[in-house]
Design a protein around this ligand. Sequence first.
Ligand code: ZN
Length: 165
Amino acid sequence: VTPGVRVGIGIDVHRLVPGRPCRLGGITIPSPVGPLGHSDGDALLHALCDAVLGAAGLDDLGSLFPNHEAANKDRPSTEFCVEVIARLRSRGLVVLSLDAVVETERPVLLPHRAALRARIAELFEVAPDAVNVKGKSGEGLDAIGRGEALRATAVALVGPRPETV
Ligand SMILES: [Zn+2]
């Protein structure tokens, strides 16, 4: 492994309810249900941010953007990504690769994978081929399987920013 390269993990779960926009990975997916949350409830971006922050040795998203603060109410999670990347940059670090699993019964993610990868690559300033997102159903076993919740798990690799000329 290249010196200075570090791995991080992030997990997030949100309840799914009718009438909320289904924000996931920084895009809006057509769906009868969407994530409940203090922010826009984008569990995939929250897991990715926590993975990146963890790899960089920084405080987690909940510490940086407490959900009891009115300023974070209904806030687009893409703004959290901008802040996370700024903190990473100030430490001389960049995101090298991201991988994530989204567990949900609905919506079906397969038709949106390419758009998710492209949007996440843009938000985290990483090449699209260094980003992956997989969808899994909950097999009907629990709140996720019944379509009442969505869970995202992400890993991130970060490393020193290449020397600029
Ligand atoms: Zn969240």
